[in-house]
Design a protein around this ligand. Structure first.
Ligand SMILES: C[S@@+](CC[C@H](N)C(=O)[O-])C[C@H]1O[C@@H](n2cnc3c(N)ncnc32)[C@H](O)[C@@H]1O
Length: 220
């Protein structure tokens, strides 16, 4: 059980390895914001645009991960995109990403389970805009949706994403000023995430982009 670790900046650390091995050594975070494998074989059937971009069939999404509940315990606030594919406790605080321009072959919304006792919320964000952001991960989430997710989680100061894929949560954390720890098992996605997060760290900032106050409702 070995893993690789990169410290990309103060408070920004990423690991390449199995989250189930690494998370027990990491302690507690204010929030876990994550997007684990869906277990529906999505990556095994690349879409037409993915095949054109050189995407090959991959097996990592053929099964859901075991031990998710133990991983989520490391976050006080927990948000799990694709939580509808897992046996998680009943919750009223679901989040939804609505895709107004989704073609009939695609889901018109995606769901995130949260452990928060609050009203369910939704964001509408174009799938066309999402495609324009793609960096080569088959289930990359749009940055706007993950930035919104951080707000919905009360703008946490420390965030863990144990299934970071191409590093979208890391980019959103750098943008919001949160300390970030990410884990990805697949080396090619890990390298992609490192590049994306490092690019975001290099982006000039004229002022802190960290939101001033947490969303009151998220603290209920
Ligand atoms: C749904 S994708 C995350 C996509 C991400 N939200 C993004 O925007 O790019 C899930 C990721 O979890 C990774 N993964 C699967 N099993 C893992 C494990 N045991 N530990 C760490 N990462 C794992 C997969 O390689 C995949 O990149």
């Amino acid at each position: 059980m070995t893993w690789r670790v990169e410290h990309l900046a103060e408070g920004v650390t990423v690991y390449c390895g199995d989250a189930r091995d690494i998370v027990p050594s990491l302690g507690q975070f204010e929030a876990i914001i994550t997007d684990p494998p869906y277990g529906i074989g999505f990556a095994a059937q690349p879409t037409k645009w993915q095949r054109r971009a050189g995407q090959k069939a991959e097996a990592w999404d053929d099964l859901t991960v075991t031990g998710l509940a133990d991983i989520l315990k490391h976050g006080e606030r927990q948000v799990c995109w694709s939580g509808n594919y897992y046996s998680l406790p009943p919750s009223r605080g679901w989040l939804a990403w609505v895709k107004p321009d989704a073609p009939p072959s695609m889901a018109s919304l995606e769901l995130a389970w949260t452990n928060q006792n609050r009203n369910a919320r939704q964001i509408t964000h174009s799938i066309g805009a999402t495609n324009a952001e793609r960096v080569g991960h088959p289930t990359q989430k749009p940055l706007a949706v993950i930035c919104w997710t951080l707000e919905q989680a009360g703008n946490p100061a420390t965030v863990l994403d144990p299934f970071m894929g191409s590093g979208t949560t890391g980019v959103a954390c750098v943008r919001s000023g949160a300390a970030f720890c990410g884990i990805e098992i697949e080396p090619k996605y890990f390298d992609l995430a490192c590049r994306r997060i490092a690019d975001e760290l290099r982006r000039p900032r004229l002022f802190s982009e960290r939101p001033v106050a947490p969303v009151q409702e998220a603290l209920l």
